[in-house]
Design a protein around this ligand. Structure first.
Ligand code: BTN
Length: 239
């Protein structure tokens, strides 16, 4: 992973750039940008990607891939958390399906997209953002590694640590499936066992989060019974 890294000072989105190259490049290619003008997040949102403040990269994975591919979402979150923990010396938490948190605040996210050749996995980490740099609508929920630790880490250092862990966990995922991620996820899961409010499409669900299924969906216990959620967003959770 990352044997070849293409760096761009400015591009619309590392996801789109890597997709264009998917058929001609080898598995493991990484596309990195200093700034994205059209960074994308999950659920058709924009991902705020100003110059130098974050780490924005995408990885190309070609087959063979572990199944179901949604497990790559959990695996990537675990790999990123492990990479960061080695540098930061504080716990990094996870929120289903793939938010990276420090002290209950989101400092990074993952975007998984299927392409004919395999999978494109985008990672965005807020590294040096200060409070006033964060857009007002996300200021309450979002943060950065700098804001939570007081340390300004170099982005290449973070990228290296994260790629080492991702390579290991993707290999393990292929061999062992869900077992490769289950314990590591549970240990860092911020919503495990707590009351959650979840948005699925236009629907709001309330219940107690149980945890991820072997397919990477989320189980929640509601007053109508246990529900399996394959796509959605946890809006609130009990700390
Ligand atoms: C989310 O939490 O909604 C996922 C955010 C993913 C952002 C990254 S930044 C690098 C890559 N390129 C994009 O346009 N998006 C992903």
């Amino acid at each position: 992973l990352g044997k070849k890294i293409l760096f761009f000072k400015e591009i619309p989105s590392t996801q789109d750039e890597i997709k264009k190259r998917a058929s001609s490049e080898k598995s493991g290619l990484v596309v990195l940008a200093d700034r994205q003008t059209q960074g994308r997040g999950r659920l058709a949102r924009a991902w705020f990607s100003p110059r130098g403040a974050g780490l924005y990269f995408s990885i190309l994975l070609k087959g063979p891939l572990a199944q179901p591919i949604t497990l790559y979402s959990l695996a990537t979150a675990v790999g990123v958390a492990r990479g960061l923990e080695q540098l930061l010396d504080i716990p990094v938490k996870l929120k289903w399906p793939n938010d990276i948190l420090i002290k209950q605040k989101k400092i990074g996210g993952i975007l998984l997209e299927k392409v004919p050749e395999g999978l494109v996995i985008g990672v965005g980490l807020n590294v040096t953002f200060k409070k006033e740099n964060l857009p007002p609508d996300i200021r309450e929920k979002a943060s950065s590694i700098f804001l939570e630790t007081g340390i300004i880490f170099s982005r290449p250092q973070i990228l290296r640590a994260v790629l080492v862990e991702l390579e290991k966990i993707y290999e393990k995922l292929l061999e062992e499936g869900f077992n490769a991620v289950e314990d590591a996820w549970q240990k860092r899961d911020v919503t495990k066992g707590s009351k959650v409010v979840l948005k699925r499409g236009e629907e709001i669900l309330k219940g107690q989060a149980i945890g991820p299924t072997p397919k990477g969906e989320l189980l929640i216990e509601t007053n109508k019974g246990v529900i399996t959620v394959s796509s959605g967003e946890i809006l609130m959770w009990e700390i």
